[in-house]
Design a binder for this molecule. Structure first.
Ligand code: COS
Length: 379
């Protein structure tokens, strides 16, 4: 039986996230974006609300919620500030998820509790300058030396790279055997030889930080390896499956904000003696935005539901991400169009939606890679 009603808890969570976004994120969002200011104070308030480890078992200080709840909260946060939303997404669906599902009890006790409660922030580092979509083509190495590994290499596009307390790093522990030679490590900030590059100057999500990471003979304890040697690539890909639901939800937030602002403005703005909402050309844009948003949300919630049912959700998560991100791009572009010249300046706040939407088609697997995953599942 299909039931589209949200539970009482989910309704309450939605309201809490919406109120928080309106009261704490809205003011200053344009300024933080313009000046690339990481939302430190706001993230700490999100931690207090339990938004940074929503799906983690309460045993490890998480919220014990389902993935649909996570998607709902992500959408509300992203509708106001997509930069704060990506900090939340990486911490929840990449870092906490990975440690909870593949880490040891020692790692959960030492690291997951702080990440799930939001007192620490995590980052996830797979890509390298020469290996993006072809993720297993990495050259960073972690060579065993007694009960340690020595990490050397350069990573890039690391969200939360600068403002995190630890990073999950994927590196080659055995050369020449492709993805089967990749392992995953928890690397704490402050280790000798570990440096962060400058914050990238990005088109969108400018209040979140993205940087390169440099490892020069960084000594990592064996107890910080997650899973067995050689399991790292599969751990990365299965974690990214869930991460893609988080990014799809971020895209839903951008699309719903685009629709909201388009409706408000088209009812207020008068041209030729009447509100522009009276024009069928505007009405059709609104109708398309609403229709596509609804379809994207259903797809994303289905992916979240399948994940919670422990079904194979890889392809549907890719469908949700590729569709929701494309909807966000179309909706935000139409939103700017409806606002005309006012849509093109920063103060109005809607050009930020269009700039923020673009990355959802790129990170955690490009739209092209999502289509590869979907096609492979069909064939
Ligand atoms: N979960 C777990 N394991 C998976 C998996 C998944 N979703 N998808 C594939 N695997 C396994 C495969 O079964 C295979 O294992 P075996 O060799 O034991 O059979 C292994 O992983 C390698 O799979 P495959 O040969 O399909 O890997 P490819 O190199 O062809 O890559 C894509 C597959 C392109 C889908 C993958 O590299 C990818 O997702 N790339 C994008 C990376 C990305 O999202 N980067 C963003 C980084 S975070 S900003």
């Amino acid at each position: 039986m299909i039931n589209f009603n949200l539970s009482e808890e989910q309704e309450l969570l939605k309201k809490t996230a919406k109120d928080f976004a309106k009261n704490e994120l809205l003011e200053g969002a344009v300024n933080r974006d313009e000046n690339k200011i990481w939302p430190k104070e706001q993230i700490s308030k999100m931690a207090n609300l339990g938004f940074l480890g929503m799906m983690v078992n309460p045993k490890w200080d998480g919220g014990g919620m389902d993935t649909i709840s996570y998607s709902i909260a992500m959408e509300e946060i992203a509708a106001v500030d997509a930069s704060a939303a990506v900090v939340m997404s990486v911490n929840n669906s990449l870092v906490c998820y990975l440690i909870e599902h593949f880490g040891s009890d020692f790692q959960k006790e030492k690291y997951l509790k702080k990440l799930a409660s939001g007192s620490n922030i995590g980052a996830f580092s797979l890509s390298e300058p020469q290996s993006g979509s072809d993720a297993s083509n990495m050259i960073t190495t972690a060579i065993k030396d007694g009960n340690h590994y020595i990490l050397n290499g350069t990573k890039n596009w690391v969200t939360n790279g600068i403002n995190s307390d630890l990073v999950l790093v994927f590196a080659i522990t055995e050369k020449g055997i492709g993805h089967r030679g990749i392992s995953c490590f928890i690397v704490e900030k402050g280790l000798s030889g570990f440096e962060c590059g400058k914050a990238e100057n990005k088109l969108g999500i400018r209040a979140s930080d993205t940087c390169e990471l440099y490892f020069d003979n960084v000594k990592i304890s064996e107890e910080n390896r997650i899973g067995e040697e050689g399991e790292g690539f599969k751990i990365a890909l299965s974690t990214l499956d869930g991460g893609r639901i988080g990014i799809a939800s971020q895209a839903l937030g951008i699309a719903s904000a685009s629709l909201y602002h388009s409706i408000q403005y088209s009812k207020e703005r008068e041209q030729f003696g009447k509100p522009i909402a009276n024009n069928q050309s505007i009405q059709f844009k609104l109708a398309d935005m609403a229709m596509e948003l609804e379809a994207a949300r259903l797809l994303t919630w289905k992916a979240a539901w399948m994940k919670d049912q422990h079904k194979n959700f890889s392809a549907i998560a890719s469908m949700a991400k590729v569709y929701a991100s494309e909807v966000a791009m179309r909706a935000s572009t139409q939103c700017v169009q409806i606002h005309g010249g006012y849509g093109y300046i920063a103060e109005t706040g809607v050009e930020r939606l269009m700039r923020d939407a673009k990355i959802t088609q790129i990170y955690e697997g490009t739209s092209e890679i999502q289509r590869v995953v979907i096609a492979r599942s069909l064939l």
